[in-house]
Design a protein around this ligand. Structure first.
Ligand code: R5P
Length: 290
């Protein structure tokens, strides 16, 4: 099929705000009260954004560098996170239940790094998500991969269960080896996830046309941190993602593998909620690291 030039269409839609009738989370206006209340715990009403701290890596990687001791690595960073993305095993074994941050519960799993990663299943019942007081459930979406249909069925099953009880679902765009991490692929994946019912989408930042991924997705986009980068580079990515419409970050390794994780999460927070430039946030990181 020939490629059409969509520049004008994208510019038009990027400049027309989604009608939210006052509710601060994109695309959530028609949801029930419980669903909105949970989304409000994740996305600040003041900035409309979130700093989600991702520590769910162990569900397929085992003891990831920096997370060998969840009980020591995670709690000191929670004050500066708006939400914690974690598995039920991590939450129950290593997080104090009096902690009052919303949990984005890892709800899919199965294969490890030794097998085909896309072969996931739903890994949590809705009853257990409620018992753990999850504010959202997270599920991988392997668009274009071997197990695409199965992974999207995982998502729709969780959305159906979540809609019964008012728990939103975050679709996590997982990029298979055969996929190109470009805006064209991410527009497709994010839109499919939202159309199939996810109320939040997590995706990687792209250097080109990231704003078009945001503007063609009717629910909030949070940006994955990805592999550990030098702190300044991670902050530049955060600044650009926010400037181009992301509703926040879901960052793991660039925080817990930083030389100074507490300083880093505070710097990321300042970019997301206070609009600091990467340069100013890096100075903050350096000051706080001393
Ligand atoms: C990936 O699919 C999981 O949700 C990861 O745990 C999460 O994306 C990791 O965050 P980061 O890439 O920032 O370490």
């Amino acid at each position: 099929m020939p490629e059409h030039d969509l520049t004008e269409t994208r510019e038009y839609f990027a400049n027309v705000p989604i009608q939210s009738n006052g509710f601060h989370v994109k695309g959530a206006n028609s949801l029930d009260w419980g669903n909105k209340n949970r989304l409000s715990r994740i996305f600040s009403k003041d900035s409309g954004k979130t700093v989600m701290f991702a520590v769910d890596h162990g569900y397929f990687q085992g003891p990831t560098t920096g997370l060998e001791r969840l009980d020591l690595a995670v709690p000191p960073l929670l004050d500066d996170a708006d939400a914690l993305m974690a598995t039920r095993g991590a939450v129950r074994t290593s997080i104090d239940p009096s902690m009052n941050k919303p949990i984005v519960l890892r709800a899919s799993g199965g294969p490890s790094i030794l097998r085909e990663l896309s072969d996931e299943r739903v890994a949590v019942t809705i009853e257990d998500a409620l018992r753990i007081n999850a504010s959202a459930m997270a599920v991988q979406m392997f668009i274009g991969s071997e197990n695409e249909t199965q992974s999207m069925q995982n998502l729709t099953k969780l959305v159906d269960a979540g809609m019964r009880y008012g728990i939103p679902v975050m679709g996590v765009v997982a990029v298979g080896k055969e996929m190109v991490r470009d805006a064209r692929y991410f527009r497709l994946a994010c839109r499919i996830g939202a159309e199939l019912g996810a109320q939040i989408i997590k995706v990687y930042y792209t250097d080109k046309e990231f704003d078009s991924i945001v503007s063609t997705c009717p629910v909030p986009i949070v940006v994955a941190g990805g592999k550990k980068l030098p702190e300044m580079e991670a902050l530049v990515m955060a600044e650009r993602a926010i400037a181009e419409g992301a509703a926040g970050l879901d960052m793991g390794r660039n925080i817990f593998q930083s030389k100074a994780p507490r300083a880093m999460i505070k710097a990321v927070r300042a970019v997301v909620h206070e609009g600091l430039t990467a340069k100013d946030a890096f100075s903050l990181y350096e000051d706080l690291s001393e």
